[in-house]
Design a protein around this ligand. Structure first.
Ligand code: ZN
Length: 261
């Protein structure tokens, strides 16, 4: 899995949380991996509805401008900690897309059909990025936990795979950590959209992954509210994932539409 790589994260934090060890390994190997945050639009107060305001309160930030500044600062620090650049794209996070998703059950539910149509556009947008190289492999979230934005980026990955790009799906953390049954459920739902998983040992860069996660100061208390020690929790999960290989991250090859490879 070494080579020029593009890591797409739906939100500020998904790549460091889920596969920061692999990204850091590629960076250390001189492969110049690049991070892209997909749903990172500018924010104005008019975009913040009741549901989004509740989220902001949990993050302990008040106005929209402050949210944007804090989250981008954290993302930039995390990318730097892993040895990568990060680019922010202009789509609004699902919680800011008008009245489409107004509660957690909707946010972690079924993708609206009009949004699924977006994925062709998103895949094309990836190919137009200054970071893009035709020999690149692309990493997208598997979509564990079913967050609609994660599902959208996974489907974008399928579009790219259908266009001949090598695509891998990373296991979305913290969902994969606190709800292991969600991994099995998502894999069942995906059927032959993904192939046999690949294990990437990350003993050498696990510490960097933990440091990069710590950069998301506004998010860590919310993301890891199920544990008092996120470092131990992430480390245990990596050890469990790797088994005999030691701490590891796991990736699922993404198949083209209608194909099994
Ligand atoms: Zn996310």
């Amino acid at each position: 899995m070494f080579g020029p790589s593009l890591f797409i994260q739906p939100h500020y934090d998904d790549v460091p949380l889920s596969c920061g060890g692999t990204l850091a390994l590629l960076a250390e190997g001189g492969h110049e991996p690049r991070m892209i945050t997909e749903f990172a639009s500018e924010l104005v107060d008019e975009m913040v509805g009741e549901f989004a305001a509740w989220k902001h309160e949990r993050w302990k930030v008040k106005d929209a401008e402050q949210v944007l500044a804090i989250r981008r600062q954290e993302d930039a620090e995390a990318a730097q900690a892993l040895g990568s650049s990060v680019r922010w794209l202009g789509l609004p996070d699902a919680i800011y897309r008008g009245e489409r998703y107004k509660s957690d059950p909707e946010l972690f539910g079924v993708l609206k059909p009009e949004e699924l149509e977006l994925t062709a556009h998103l895949a094309e947008e990836m190919r137009q990025l200054p970071e893009w190289r035709d020999d690149m492999q692309v990493f997208v979230p598997l979509g564990i936990g079913s967050h609609v934005d994660h599902q959208l980026v996974f489907e974008t990955g399928r579009r790219l795979a259908s266009g001949g790009v090598k695509v891998f799906a990373y296991e979305d953390c913290p969902y994969a950590i606190h709800t292991p049954a969600g991994v099995a459920a998502r894999l069942t739902a995906l059927g032959n959209a993904v192939g046999e998983p690949v294990i990437m040992p990350i003993a050498k860069t696990l510490q960097k992954r933990l440091e990069s996660i710590a950069c998301y100061r506004s998010q860590v208390p919310v993301i890891f509210r199920f544990t008092s020690d996120f470092r131990a929790t992430v480390t245990d999960f990596a050890i469990k994932t790797g088994g005999d290989a030691g701490p590891a991250e796991r990736f699922w090859p993404v198949h083209a539409y209608g194909g099994s490879r």
